[in-house]
Design a protein around this ligand. Structure first.
Ligand SMILES: *Cc1c(COP(=O)(O)O)cnc(C)c1O
Length: 363
C-alpha cells in the first residue's frame, strides 16, 4: 500500500489520495486558470468561487441554512479558544459553562478565564480522562452566556455520541477532530469550530459556523481580525487568506459530497473502521488495552496501551518497518494512537488490525 494510505497520524492527518493528486496538479497549474494555486490572487474571481463552493459544500453536507455564517479563519482551533470568550464572555456577569474532558478542552480553560468567569461543570482530570460524563453528572446553568465543550478528545480518544446542553443556552463546540465525519445536527449549535488539519485539509484554515444572532451584541473594540462580524462581512477575505489550504478544503468537501455520497455514508465507513480496530483490541486478551471506556470510544482516534512502555516502543518500531506511520500517542500521554480520520480507508485499517494480530502472535 502507498505510504500515505497507512498514515495514522493524529494531525495533520491523512488526506484522500484523489485530493492529493488534484493538489499535485494544482501546484503547477490549476485547471482552467493556467497558474499555480500558490500564485493566484486572493482577490481573483477564481478564489471568490473557491470560497463560495467551499461554503456551499459545507452547507450542503450539514444542511445548514442562511441563519449561519460559514467563516474560513486563521489561527487554528487555539485562536478560537480566545475568540469565543473575547466575543461572548467579556464584561458578562454570569459564568460560562465549560467541560474539562481531556487535553484539548483543558487548553480552552485558561484562555476563557482571561476574559471572564467560567464554571467548570465537570472534569475528568481525577480519573485520568478515561471516560466522559453522563447526563446525570452535568448540571447546566440556564443563565450561562454559553456552554463550551469538545466533541472528540483527539489525544485520549473520547467522543460524545450525543449533543450536550440546554436548548436556550448557546452551544459552542470544538469539533476539530470529528468535523464532517458523521451527520451533525448543526442547527442546534450556535457556534461550531474545526481547524482543517485533522479531518478536512491541511493546517492553516479553521472553519467557523456561527449563527448571525449570536453576534448581535458583541463588544465593538475587538481587533478587526478577531471580530467575527468583520470576517463575515469580508467573506473570509479580510486579509490574505491561506488560498492553498482553502482550496484543499474545497476539494475534500467535494470528495465527501460526490465520491463518498454525504455524511451518512462517511459515518457508515467510519463505524466499520472503528469496529475493526476496537475488535482487534477487544479480541487480544488484554495484550492491547483501550484507554477509553467502551461507551465513550472515539470513532476517530483509537488510543491504547501495551503492557509496558518498552513493548510499546517495540510495537511502534515494528509498525514503522511494516509501513505504518503516525501511531505514536500524543506527547502528553504516550502510548499508541491510531487516528482513523475520513481519508483512512477500511482496507488500511484492516491492514493495521492484521499487523496487530501478527505482532501479538510473535511475542
Ligand atoms: C488538535 C486540536 C486542537 C489544536 O488546534 P490548533 O489548530 O493546533 O490550534 C484543538 N482542539 C482539538 C479538538 C484538537 O484536536
Amino acid at each position: 500500500m502507498n505510504p500515505n494510505s497507512l498514515n495514522f497520524s493524529g494531525g495533520p492527518g491523512a488526506l484522500p489520495e484523489i485530493v492529493l493528486q488534484q493538489l499535485q496538479e494544482a501546484i503547477i497549474c490549476v485547471p482552467g486558470v493556467g497558474l499555480s494555486v500558490l500564485g493566484i490572487s486572493h482577490r481573483s474571481d477564481w478564489f471568490a468561487q473557491v470560497v463560495a463552493e467551499t461554503e456551499a459544500n459545507i452547507r450542503a453536507l450539514l444542511g445548514l441554512d442562511e441563519a449561519y455564517h460559514v467563516l474560513l479563519l486563521q489561527g487554528g482551533a487555539t485562536q478560537q479558544f480566545s475568540m469565543v470568550p473575547m466575543t461572548l464572555l467579556r464584561g458578562k456577569t454570569q459564568a460560562a459553562d465549560y467541560l474539562h474532558t481531556g487535553y484539548w478542552s483543558g487548553k480552552a480553560l485558561p484562555e476563557a478565564r482571561r476574559e471572564g468567569a467560567i464554571q467548570l461543570l465537570w472534569s475528568g482530570a481525577e480519573n485520568g480522562f478515561h471516560r466522559l460524563p453522563g447526563d446525570d453528572e452535568l448540571h447546566f446553568n440556564p443563565e450561562a452566556p454559553y456552554l463550551h465543550y469538545v466533541s472528540n478528545e483527539t489525544v485520549e480518544g473520547l467522543q460524545f455520541h450525543r449533543i450536550l446542553g440546554l436548548d436556550d443556552v448557546p452551544r459552542i463546540c470544538d469539533m476539530s477532530s470529528d468535523f464532517l465525519s458523521r451527520p451533525c445536527d448543526a442547527g442546534r449549535f450556535s457556534l461550531i469550530y474545526a481547524h482543517a488539519q485533522k479531518n478536512i485539509g491541511p493546517a492553516g484554515v479553521t472553519v467557523v459556523l456561527v449563527r448571525d444572532e449570536l453576534l448581535k451584541n458583541n463588544p465593538c473594540d475587538l481587533p478587526a481580525f478577531l471580530d467575527y462580524r468583520v470576517q463575515a462581512q469580508a467573506h473570509s477575505n479580510f486579509n490574505t487568506p491561506p488560498v492553498l489550504a482553502i482550496y484543499v478544503v474545497m476539494l475534500v468537501t467535494r470528495w465527501l459530497l460526490h465520491d463518498i455520497g454525504g455524511l451518512e455514508k462517511m459515518a457508515e465507513i467510519n463505524r466499520a473502521k472503528a469496529k475493526t480496530l476496537y475488535g482487534a483490541l477487544d479480541g487480544s486478551n488484554g495484550f492491547y488495552r483501550g484507554r477509553a471506556t467502551v461507551q465513550d470510544r472515539s470513532l476517530m482516534n483509537v488510543s491504547f496501551n501495551l503492557e509496558t512502555p518498552e513493548r510499546e516502543r517495540q510495537f511502534l518500531e515494528s509498525a514503522s518497518r511494516a509501513g505504518f506511520s503516525g501511531l505514536g500517542g500524543h506527547r502528553a500521554i504516550g502510548g499508541i494512537r491510531a487516528s482513523i480520520y475520513n481519508a483512512l480507508t477500511l482496507p488500511a485499517v484492516e491492514a493495521l488490525a492484521d499487523f496487530m494480530g501478527d505482532f501479538q502472535r510473535h511475542q
